[in-house]
Design a protein around this ligand. Structure first.
Ligand SMILES: NC(=O)c1ccc[n+]([C@@H]2O[C@H](COP(=O)([O-])OP(=O)(O)OC[C@H]3O[C@@H](n4cnc5c(N)ncnc54)[C@H](OP(=O)(O)O)[C@@H]3O)[C@@H](O)[C@H]2O)c1
Length: 258
């Protein structure tokens, strides 16, 4: 396999679009998600359009140790990963104390633990093979606390922090690490998070737009990619001036559905 990319959460949304871009660039793919039927049709589409190889794995990355098991499977098949896209993730709306704790711990397992396991395993392989690139899908939620999505925002804060630290540690080992931080994107994420009635996603960017921004940022070894210029300005130039309590109230108001 050549220029192989491992993409988690490739069955829909941003991950699916990342797969299409990489295929267009003649890179082989390993695609991971739970819905095998969607992965199967994407594999057929990409292999018939481009002369590339696509391997698909059905895997629930929210299960304990799943990221490590995936690394082992790839090592056993002797596949060299040049690009790692840690993209699978989900959110969930509601007051933290009223939410099903199991769903929130699964969220942490997927958004954080699987990402850490894959980064560790694959970065070590990249070091052996002379380098590579990692794109972690974080969120603009990673720059703020998020009342009514407390766990989700916190998982993304982890990803923003972790990606930057890894970038610094790995830059002398020819590995770049980029955090993709989108604002609202029109994907299945909205329904999965229970936010279909939320006004926050009016005017959301497309998955295609967001994936392009992230992919290009990764190729250019960027540290952080806030994919919308207006949000980039707000986060980098305005946010630090606003009192914390005001930020908390504002985010709570923006997110509240009822
Ligand atoms: N949409 C937004 O507004 C937005 C904004 C900022 C950041 N993000 C982030 O972008 C990333 C991609 O989300 P998206 O917007 O493209 O949403 P999406 O369309 O719902 O895609 C999520 C992907 O993750 C996979 N996934 C979910 N649970 C999984 C599990 N337990 N094991 C393995 N794969 C799993 C899904 O596949 P299966 O269901 O087939 O497993 C799907 O391919 C996420 O990390 C999300 O937090 C989204």
């Amino acid at each position: 396999m050549n220029n192989t990319a491992l993409i988690t959460g490739a069955s829909s949304g941003i991950g699916k679009e990342l797969a299409k871009i990489h295929a267009k660039n003649q890179g082989d793919l390993i695609l991971v998600a739970r819905r095998m039927n969607l992965l199967e049709s994407l594999k057929q589409e990409l292999e018939s359009t481009y002369s590339i190889t696509v391997i698909i794995y059905e895997m629930d990355l929210a299960q304990h140790g799943a990221g490590t098991r995936l690394v082992e499977m790839i090592k056993q098949q002797n596949i060299k990963i040049k690009y790692l896209f840690n993209n699978a993730g989900f959110g969930g709306y509601g007051d933290f104390v009223d939410r099903d704790l199991l769903i929130d711990t699964e969220m942490i397992q997927l958004n954080v633990t699987a990402l850490v396991e894959l980064s560790h395993g694959i970065a070590n392989e990249m070091i052996i093979h002379g380098g590579g690139k990692i794109l972690n899908t974080a969120s603009t939620a990673g720059f703020l606390p998020g009342p009514l999505q407390a766990t989700y925002f916190a998982t993304k804060a982890f990803v923003v922090s972790f990606s930057q630290a890894l970038n610094q540690e790995l830059r002398n080992k020819k590995i770049s690490v980029t955090a993709l931080c989108p604002g609202p994107v029109q994907t299945e994420f909205i329904a999965v998070a229970g936010m279909s009635k939320s006004k926050m996603f009016q005017g959301a960017k497309s998955a295609e737009y967001t994936a392009k921004k992230g992919y290009n940022a990764m190729m250019n070894d960027k540290l952080i990619c806030i994919s919308e210029p207006s949000l980039n300005f707000l986060i980098n130039c305005m946010l630090w001036m606003v009192p914390r309590r005001m930020v908390l109230k504002m985010i709570e108001r923006m997110q509240r559905i009822h």
